[in-house]
Design a protein around this ligand. Structure first.
Ligand SMILES: Nc1ncnc2c1ncn2[C@@H]1O[C@H](COP(=O)(O)OP(=O)(O)OP(=O)(O)O)[C@@H](O)[C@H]1O
Ligand SMILES: [Mg+2]
Ligand SMILES: [Mg+2]
Length: 474
């Protein structure tokens, strides 16, 4: 029998707010444990929560970026559970009236464009961080109460590849939108992965297994693939898949039972009596919409249609927001988009990856790159000279013109110098000369190479080619 897998993701994203969701404690990653806490986020009796407006703005903007409807009237609920990561014994969340509803995302998966739909995005507060050590569990409440959104997809994905493409797109959009840094190593983006399997053609979805709190894309891929196979094997053996929560063991590449059968009802949600409903006016939504940044997909289209870049370049440049911002900044000082793109995809990416550096710390500023390109366009230096200058500035800093002079990189177009090198190349290489004259046009490239070498890369290649042709053809 053939089976179809179905996947739905609940993606938790920590928003970039200065303070926590319902109190004025700061959140600082890596701070001394339990130093950013107060009666509200520790849940002392009688302490009253106060809503963080910035978090509401970021959640709504995330919704607008993902095509959601913004709910003008959402409300808060308590999700009750007993576990030390939430000392109040409930988490403030949104049950039936979330801030954002619906939404969708179109992404490329292995060459096909696919649209995945969202059920909702709701605002909630984060739980504390538990660390389990031998014989004990340690709790750090610094993270408790920080602003966290949950982006819930519909069960609309069918493979690990779908899920990864979806998550990568969500991450990119959150980063571009300034909603979150989505640093997975810092737990800023974590997903609960829901997987089920059904015989092909069956209408109802199979029982779902939820793998909670996954932050590595690689582990999510492995866990989904393992789980699909496991569930198919259960069905093939005539068994029934239990609805349960499973954990993923990265060392063994397997999932294992954590908790069986747990339903949303078990949490016993009830309305939060200490907070007013959230009212968002139509004017406010329009103002936020107007503030939204351009997304990678929109930038890609613009780079092709307005700047004339190849699709490939546009895709590479927009994949990383910092790279794309650098490209934009350079374009403020030059009109030569292709030259900028070539430098970024070539020298810049090579040097950054060789040195494990970040573009934000790069000594070649957008202004300096534009200046190097201007020197090339004016034929003051050739492209090779430009690359040398780029690398020097990248490593040591400095000014393009000064480095050009210091290294003697100014291009030689002067006829007498070129003529001397061309004559030498012809005299010393009778074989390629003969081949060229016999009709093998490509042989001239060897002679060209000799002249460039003799000039130590400084000859103007166009002028050299012209000079050689004149001598050989004439
Ligand atoms: N049969 C199924 N197979 C795969 N995924 C499913 C299936 N049914 C539901 N899902 C997915 O499971 C997720 C359910 O998330 P939701 O937040 O609504 O409930 P929950 O898991 O009970 O809540 P929470 O984990 O936040 O306490 C959604 O992403 C949905 O797409
Ligand atoms: Mg959920
Ligand atoms: Mg869940």
């Amino acid at each position: 029998m053939k089976y179809e897998a179905t996947i739905g993701l609940e993606t938790h994203v920590m928003q970039k707010t200065n303070t926590k969701m319902f109190c004025s404690c700061k959140y600082e990653y890596g701070a001394e444990p339990n130093t950013h806490v107060c009666p509200v986020c520790l849940g002392y009796p009688g302490a009253l929560p106060v809503m963080n407006e910035k978090a509401i703005e970021l959640c709504c903007k995330a919704g607008l970026l993902l095509g959601c409807e913004i709910n003008p009237n959402s409300k808060w609920d308590r999700k009750n559970y007993f576990y030390p990561d939430m000392s109040k014994n409930y988490q403030i969340s949104q049950a039936d009236q979330p801030l954002c509803m619906g939404g969708e995302l179109t992404v490329e998966v292995e060459g096909d464009m696919k649209t995945f739909t969202l059920e909702r995005i709701h605002q909630e507060e984060n739980a504390a961080k538990n660390t389990h050590v031998a014989g004990a569990s340690l709790v750090d409440y610094n993270r408790a109460g920080t602003a966290l959104m949950e982006i819930v997809s519909n069960p609309c994905m069918h493979s690990a590849e779908d899920a990864l493409a979806y998550m990568a797109a969500v991450k990119q959009i959150m980063q571009y939108g300034g909603i979150s840094n989505c640093d997975q190593e810092k737990g800023q983006m974590r997903s609960d992965v829901n997987v089920s399997v059904r015989p092909e053609g069956q209408k109802e979805l199979g029982a779902k297994v939820e793998i909670k709190n996954m932050n590595s894309f690689a582990f999510i891929k492995d866990a989904i693939e393992y789980e699909i196979e496991r569930q198919i094997a259960v069905l093939e053996a005539g068994g029934k898949v239990d609805q349960e929560t499973r954990g993923y063991d990265p060392d063994r590449g397997e999932t294992f039972t954590q908790r069986t059968k747990e339903d949303a009802h078990d949490y016993r949600y009830f309305p939060e009596p200490d907070l007013m409903p959230v009212r968002v006016s139509a004017e406010q939504i329009e103002q936020w919409r107007a503030e939204l940044p351009e997304l990678p997909a929109q930038r890609r289209v613009r780079y092709v249609s307005e700047l004339g870049l190849p699709e490939y370049d546009a895709g590479v440049l927009t994949a990383d927001m910092a790279m794309s911002d650098y490209f934009e900044a350079t374009m403020a000082h030059t009109k030569n988009a292709k030259a900028v793109s070539n430098f970024l995809m070539g020298e810049m990416m090579r040097l950054l990856s060789e040195q494990g550096a970040a573009i934000a710390d790069c000594k070649v500023t957008p202004e300096k790159l534009a200046e190097i390109i201007a020197l090339i366009d004016a034929k003051t230096i050739n492209t090779g000279g430009g690359k040398q200058i780029f690398e020097v500035i990248f490593n040591e800093g400095g000014e393009p013109k000064a480095i050009m002079e210091e290294k003697g990189l100014a291009q030689v177009s002067d006829d007498s110098a070129l003529e001397g090198w061309a004559d030498d190349a012809i005299a010393n290489n009778p074989k390629p000369v003969e081949e060229y004259k016999a009709g093998n046009a490509a042989s001239i490239n060897f002679l060209m190479g000799q002249v460039m070498k003799a000039s130590r890369g400084k000859a103007n290649p166009g002028a050299v080619m012209q000079m050689l042709k004149q001598k050989l053809d004439g």
